[in-house]
Design a protein around this ligand. Structure first.
Ligand code: UDP
Length: 385
């Protein structure tokens, strides 16, 4: 099947990492159409994908933008749609992977008469989208998409609650190359120890990892407040960078570290590509989103590494973690409860290990990339005849 994949991002967020895996089986006859340039294109090309950047200017349909802003971008939208539609005629299907890709892909699908699939990686609700953008996305999906693949029940529920047609929607979780997270050999155990040594955090410490782009709703500030309430041996690595220009938040986090006098207990590691190694070196992985997480790849990745995980109790995270069996769920935005949960985990290492092993076994059976890709393939085969 020849697919024109469309993604708005030049950076490597969760939706883009997921797309890399979904698109891999179609790599040789498909094209990755990007609406902005950046490290995502470089990663795609390294992995043998053909890519085409359709615009060098970012289109101004931000998640939080209002009606006027959306309208002002129509001038840019038309030539873009035309260019995508011209390209789409050479493919069997348009696969829109992000909201802006849906906007462009929907009109391109109309012009090129090619079917459209939309992979919904978002919770279309007021926490994440302005009212006008919710209306635009739902209307376009209802009118033009032959299938909406939702990354969780939570994303599907929000889609339907916002007016999306439920019969369009199919929930398929993200898939993972599970073997890449299994670092339980002696060599990698030594590597993990070297990593811990290199952090310069002293001899004996309890390492809590947070893996996410730095963004207010990802809640790194909640973890810092929680750590302040824990004894000094509890230390933190914040892995990830501000991918969408949230520099003010990064500054705020550094100020918070200074204000709370946590300078010797917190390390900012920036964007990293050695996630399995880093997660395996942690005693605990913590996820602290303050708005419902559509899926939460980092939660599954921690499970696959065999590292215990505490997640914020909302959205897709509640479908990934069974509290007390495969991890812990903690109320969003509550540093004291989080601190208490971290300390309970620290105090019961045997229970932590048992839960982490149960989580690993479950993640291995639920999120294998080949099984997930077969489910996607079945859906696409129904659309392209
Ligand atoms: N990630 C990464 N390097 C980093 C931080 C995060 O590769 O420094 C990856 C992480 O392993 C996960 C993805 O980025 O696969 C984030 O996906 P998630 O669903 O957790 O959040 P999203 O970015 O989609 O909101």
């Amino acid at each position: 099947m020849k697919i024109l994949f469309l993604d708005q991002s030049g950076t490597l967020g969760g939706a883009e990492l997921c797309l890399l895996d979904i698109a891999a089986p179609y790599r040789h006859e498909s094209l990755m159409g990007l609406l902005s340039d950046g490290p995502f294109r470089e990663r795609l090309e390294q992995q043998g994908f053909s890519t085409k950047v359709f615009t060098t200017e970012a289109i101004d349909v931000r998640k939080e933008s209002g009606f006027l802003k959306s309208l002002s971008s129509l001038g840019q939208l038309f030539p873009l749609v035309q260019a995508v539609a011209d390209t789409a005629r050479e493919y069997d299907l348009i696969y829109a992977n992000t909201p802006k890709a849906l906007v462009v892909g929907a009109f391109a699908s109309l012009l090129s008469r090619r079917p459209l699939a939309y992979h919904l990686h978002d919770i279309i609700a007021s926490e994440h989208f302005s009212k006008i953008n919710r209306i635009v996305l739902i209307t376009l999906a209802n009118r033009f998409a032959s299938r909406v693949i939702a990354n969780s029940e939570a994303s599907q529920r929000a889609f339907v609650a916002a007016g999306g047609r439920s019969q369009l929607c199919k929930v398929i979780y993200n898939g993972f190359h599970t073997e890449q997270y299994d670092l339980s050999t002696l060599g990698t155990a030594i590597q993990a120890q070297q990593l811990r040594d290199s952090l310069g955090l002293g001899e004996r410490f309890f390492l809590v990892g947070h893996f996410s782009r730095l963004s207010p709703w990802k809640g790194q500030h909640v973890l810092l407040d929680a750590v302040k309430q824990c004894p000094p041996e509890v230390v933190v690595i914040l892995v990830g960078d501000a991918l969408f220009g949230e520099q003010a938040y990064v500054k705020q986090l550094h100020e918070q570290v200074d204000r709370l006098e946590l300078g010797d207990r917190v390390r900012f590691l920036g964007f990293r590509s050695d996630i399995p190694e880093l997660m395996s070196a942690c005693d605990l992985v913590v996820h602290t989103s303050t708005a419902p997480e559509p899926f939460g790849r980092v939660i599954v990745e921690a499970m696959l590494c065999g590292t215990p995980v505490i997640a914020a109790a909302a959205g897709g995270a509640t479908e990934l973690v069974s509290p007390g069996r495969t991890g812990w769920l903690c109320a969003e935005n509550e540093p004291s409860t989080l601190a208490e949960t971290i300390l309970n985990c620290k105090a019961s290492p045997d229970q932590m290990q048992e839960i982490a092993q149960q989580a690993k076994a479950e993640a291995l059976s639920r999120f294998d990339v080949n099984s997930i890709n077969r489910l996607i393939q079945e859906q696409l085969n129904k659309i392209v005849r």
